[in-house]
Structures are given as structure tokens and as C-alpha cells.
Design a protein around this ligand. Structure first.
Ligand code: ATP
Ligand code: MG
Length: 552
């Protein structure tokens, strides 16, 4: 979009910093995913924001894996995250890992202990929680809080050396048990976890907490603007306190509202449940709000970036309608996708007065929305064709302008036909429609003088290829499944996948290429699925042509 837009609040902050000459005019952001799942559309928002902001001001962005929790993390996730960020169209300056800083973070912890600002606490998690007080009552200290520096240094070294089991001790910041901000009431810095880490192996059995790792990692990398979501606002004073006490590079934290999308869930924990419990086929199931799911569904990077741009940057959380995402992909594909004909719910139509055995080739533009039509392709026509069952009504309803007995319609890029009779099976279902055609009504050379109101798509029976077509609906039946009574999975839409097989497609579609979008005329935008084989083509519907979804 070319119209001038006003700056969002993060751009304003960066511009002020630049004007004040802060950090020598340098802008360095980071995208810090925890490799414990696949990225989703919410992460895309964060990616577009972090990378976009740096790009706009000549800066750079680091990709930093926040891998401080060995139990849930995996290289599979690291690889998928890299693939997804690249696919969205962004290049990181450096690929970094919080785990690379474990030595430094340990040194930082020692520094705080030596300053009398951290102590080893033997309390259980329950005891610590009980001693924390409530928002209206201050916390109470315990006997461990007054340990000497020497004792703390020794105990912390012993924790690192593996002398204690999980949960036996923690390292806490000695901060302010009376603070109105619960996060400042002696927050945990380290916990004991005898677990194998996907990068550091068994080198460590103590792992830093998010609050101690994140800000320090930012400072080590000299990140100028550390952007996170609003739930971290109460963590900001702690972020600043650690940096100040350790006298590190003054990275600053800024918060924006996370993206919430309706009719789906976005927490990685919930998405993981959908995968492991088999509610979907995998992280890249086309119904998932993951980047890999959207990609497989046929979404383009440009459409996702445009979506993130349109929702803007807010400070207060809100719910974005998935219709906006669908709008963005329609806009993009309308410009890019080639048009082809495919019949999803076929019924045979016989043109009685068309010569048996004859084949004619018609031609149609690849994309009438493109300036030069994007070239054209040819497709065969014969005496027998497939049309959509819904494009015929024996007795037409009011305002029904498609085919009926006695009614006329144009076959796209071909002839005008007139319905004559039907053949039915024992149950009364129509198995064949018979019609006549007007030879003088040929598209592009129509001398019939007739105008008809309807045009329908079709595929030649003799030449059609078959395909499996997968139609998707929303994964959940309610707008905010996480906010309903009971389990979010109770609200899964049982009809979120509808498989059609066989659908008949024009022969040229046999050459469809994975990832290249195509419009099945009147039926929506589709993309070849990775399940396709030479013998069996599989298409996913990305989105319908119009927003046809009405609240049930
Ligand atoms: P989830 O709750 O889905 O597991 P997370 O916040 O734990 O997400 P991280 O891997 O820690 O996931 O997130 C990496 C970055 O992406 C963080 O800066 C986080 O704030 C941001 N992010 C995560 N979810 C969203 C969202 N829905 N909207 C915007 N940014 C998000
Ligand atoms: Mg997280």
C-alpha cells in the first residue's frame, strides 16, 4: 500500500532514539523464539515487527533461540523456525542461542552473589510461593535469605557441580519482598534440572530462568530495542534491575499487544496437544494457525506480511477476525493465481447435437486480472462434459440463472447450451443431463445474438484428470475456544475437513506445481498438497472466492 501511514508507537520510539543519537544511530532488534514448538501466526506478527522495524531504520535483527528449558526443546523445532522465518522473507544478522551464554550468565550470577544481591534458597516451590505474600501483603523472608556471600558462592558452585537433586535448591535475586510488583519479590534466577540439553548436552544441570536469561542475552548482543508482548510489562523493572546491577549494555524492553485470532488457539502448548492427540495431522496440517500449516494451505508470505501490516501495532489486546487474514490471501492470489476449471461435485452432461468423437480446443487467459492475461492455455471440449451438480436445476427456482430444462447457460469459453432432459437412477437422483448446443454461439465468435445470464465451468469427460480435493473449514466452532467452559478441545469443529474424490480437473492441472497457487474458477484458490503423487493429485483449498462463512 502506498498511502502515507502514521508511525506506530514503536516507530516513534525508534525515531526519537535516532534523533537523540542514541546508540550511535544503530538499531538492533531480535526475534527470540523458544524452540518448543512450531511458529504460529502470532509469531509472524512478532517477526514482521522486529525485522520490519530494523529494516525500516537501516538496522539488523538477530534470531535468538531462547533455549533455557532443556525438557521441552528440540532441534526439529529449531529447524522449522529457521525455515519459517526465511519463508516469510526475512534474513537475520546472526543465529544465536541463549545457551551459548550459559557461561556468561553463570558469571553474572556470581557477580550478583558477590554484591550480596543473590542467594541460594533451600525452600520448596510451595514454601517459596507461600512466603511470597499477596499483592496486598508483603512477602516474608526466610533463614536462607541471610546466608553469607561465601556460603552462597559455595552452594551455587555445588548446585552447578550436580551435588543436589532437582528442586533441592534455587538461586534467587535478593531484591524486595515488599514490592507491589510480585515479580520483584526475590525472583528465581536458577533452578536445578538434571536434563539433557539439545545443544549443551549434559554440561549443565542448572538452568537460568527466563527473567535472568532474556535481558542479559539482549545486553550481551547489544540489542537496542527488545520488543515483547504486553504480559511482560511487569517483568520490565526486573529486566532493568539486572542490567543495572550488572552494569551491562542498556538494552530496553518495549511491549506490544499479542495477536489473537478467532476460531483458533495459539498457545504452543495447546497446538502441541492437537498434534500429539491426533486432532490434526501434524504441525503443518492446513487447518493449523502455524506458519507451516498456512504455507501448506496455500498462504503466501506476502499475504501474511500484509495481514500483519494491516492489524498494526497496538498496546491493548484484542481479537482479530480470521476474515481479515482470508481477505489478505484473496487479494494476493487474485493477482497471482492462474485460472483453471475443476468440477468438484460432478454430474455428466451430454450434448446430443455435438458430433460424437469430435474434440475442439478452446483457449482462455491464465489470469484476466493480470495486465496481459498472463498468457493463455488451451483446453479440450467434447460431446460429454462434467459440470457441477449445483449448476443444474430441473425446474429452476426464482433467480436461478444456471442450467435447467428449457433454460440456457454459457459453458465458460465455449458454447451456449440448452437443457433438454435428464436420466435418473432408481432413487430419483440425476445421473445424466442431456442438452443441445448452439454452434453459432462459440465464445469469441458469437453470432447467435443471444445473451444468457449464467456462465458455468466444465471439464471434458474424455480428457479430464482426476484429483482429490480437500476443503477446509475453521478448526473450532467458537470464536475463542480457550475462553469457554471445559476443555478447548471440546469445541473442535468435527467438519473442519471435507474430502472430495474424485474431482475432475482440466488436463493442464496435471502440471500443477507444489506451492504455486491456482484458482479453480468459481470454487476458490487451491494449491497442490505435499501428499500428491504422480498417480494421485491432491489439492488443498486455500480460501473460497468470497467470504461465504455465516454464523451457524
Ligand atoms: P506461546 O504462548 O504461543 O507458546 P510464546 O510467547 O511462549 O508463545 P516464544 O517462542 O517465547 O513463544 O515467542 C517468541 C516471540 O514471539 C516472543 O517475543 C513473543 O512475545 C512473540 N509472540 C508469541 N506469541 C505471540 C502472539 N500471539 N502475538 C505476537 N507476538 C507473539
Ligand atoms: Mg515463551
Amino acid at each position: 500500500m502506498s498511502e502515507e501511514k502514521s508511525l506506530n508507537f514503536l516507530e516513534e520510539i525508534v525515531e526519537e532514539d535516532l534523533a537523540a543519537g542514541k546508540h550511535g544511530g544503530r538499531v538492533l532488534t531480535r526475534f527470540p523464539p523458544e524452540p518448543n514448538g512450531y511458529l504460529h501466526i502470532g509469531h509472524a506478527k512478532s517477526i514482521c515487527l522486529n525485522f520490519g522495524l530494523a529494516q525500516r531504520y537501516g538496522g539488523k535483527t538477530n534470531l535468538r533461540f531462547d533455549d533455557t528449558n532443556p525438557v521441552k526443546e528440540d532441534v526439529e523445532y529449531v529447524d522449522s523456525i529457521k525455515e519459517d522465518v526465511k519463508w516469510l522473507g526475512f534474513d537475520w544478522a546472526q543465529e544465536l542461542y541463549a545457551s551459548d551464554y550459559f557461561d556468561k550468565l553463570y558469571e553474572f550470577a556470581l557477580t550478583l552473589i558477590k554484591k550480596g544481591l543473590a542467594y541460594v534458597d533451600d525452600s520448596t516451590a510451595e514454601e517459596i510461593a507461600a512466603q511470597k505474600g499477596t499483592p496486598t501483603e508483603p512477602g516474608t523472608g526466610n533463614e536462607y535469605r541471610n546466608r553469607s556471600i561465601e556460603e552462597n558462592l559455595q552452594l551455587f558452585a555445588d548446585m552447578k557441580a550436580g551435588k543436589y537433586p532437582d528442586g533441592a535448591k534455587v538461586l534467587r535475586a535478593k531484591l524486595d519482598l515488599a514490592s507491589s510488583n510480585m515479580h520483584l519479590r526475590d525472583p528465581l534466577m536458577y533452578r536445578i534440572k538434571h536434563a539433557h540439553h539439545h545443544r549443551t548436552g549434559d554440561a549443565w544441570c542448572i538452568y537460568p530462568m527466563y527473567d535472568f536469561a532474556h535481558g542479559q542475552s539482549d545486553a550481551i548482543e547489544e540489542i537496542t530495542h527488545s520488543i515483547c508482548t504486553v504480559e511482560f510489562i511487569p517483568h520490565r523493572p526486573l529486566y532493568e534491575w539486572f542490567i543495572e546491577q550488572l552494569e551491562l549494555f542498556p538494552s530496553k524492553q518495549y511491549e506490544f499487544a499479542r495477536l489473537n485470532l478467532n476460531y483458533t488457539v495459539m498457545s504452543k502448548r495447546k497446538l502441541l496437544q492437537l498434534v500429539t492427540e491426533g486432532h490434526v495431522e501434524g504441525w503443518d496440517d492446513p487447518r493449523m494457525p502455524t506458519i507451516s500449516g498456512l504455507r501448506r494451505r496455500g498462504y503466501t508470505p506476502a499475504s501474511i506480511r500484509e495481514f500483519c501490516e494491516r492489524i498494526g501495532v497496538a498496546k491493548r489486546e484484542n481479537m482479530i477476525d480470521v476474515g481479515l487474514l482470508e481477505f489478505c490471501i484473496r487479494e494476493d492470489l487474485n493477482k497471482k493465481a492462474w485460472r483453471r476449471m475443476a468440477v468438484l461435485d460432478p454430474v455428466k452432461l451430454v450434448i446430443d447435437n455435438y458430433p460424437e468423437g469430435k474434440t475442439e480446443y478452446f483457449s482462455g487467459e491464465n489470469n484476466p486480472e493480470a495486465e496481459d492475461g498472463d498468457g493463455s492455455r488451451e483446453f479440450p471440449f467434447g460431446r460429454e462434459i462434467w459440470i457441477e451438480r449445483e449448476d443444474f436445476m430441473e425446474v429452476p427456482a426464482k433467480k436461478y440463472f444456471r442450467l435447467s430444462i428449457g433454460g440456457m447457460v454459457r459453458l465458460k469459453n465455449a458454447y451456449i447450451i440448452k437443457g433438454e432432459s435428464v436420466v435418473k437412477d432408481a432413487e430419483g437422483n440425476i445421473t445424466e443431463i442431456h442438452c443441445s448446443y448452439l454452434p453459432e454461439s462459440k465464445s469469441g465468435n458469437d453470432t447467435s445474438g443471444l445473451t444468457v445470464k449464467g456462465t458455468i465451468h466444465w471439464v471434458s469427460v474424455e480428457h479430464a484428470k482426476t484429483a482429490e480435493v480437500r476443503l477446509y473449514d475453521r478448526l473450532f466452532q467458537v470464536e475463542d475456544p480457550s475462553n469457554e467452559d471445559g476443555d478447548f478441545k471440546d469445541y473442535i469443529n468435527p467438519n473442519s475437513l471435507h474430502i472430495i474424490s474424485p474431482a475432475y480437473i482440466e488436463p493442464d492441472l496435471a502440471n500443477a506445481i507444489a506451492g504455486v497457487p491456482v484458482q479453480f474458477m468459481r470454487k476458490g484458490y487451491f494449491v497442490l498438497d505435499k501428499d500428491s503423487t504422480v498417480d494421485k493429485l491432491v489439492f488443498n483449498r486455500t480460501v473460497t472466492l468470497k467470504d461465504g462463512w455465516v454464523k451457524k
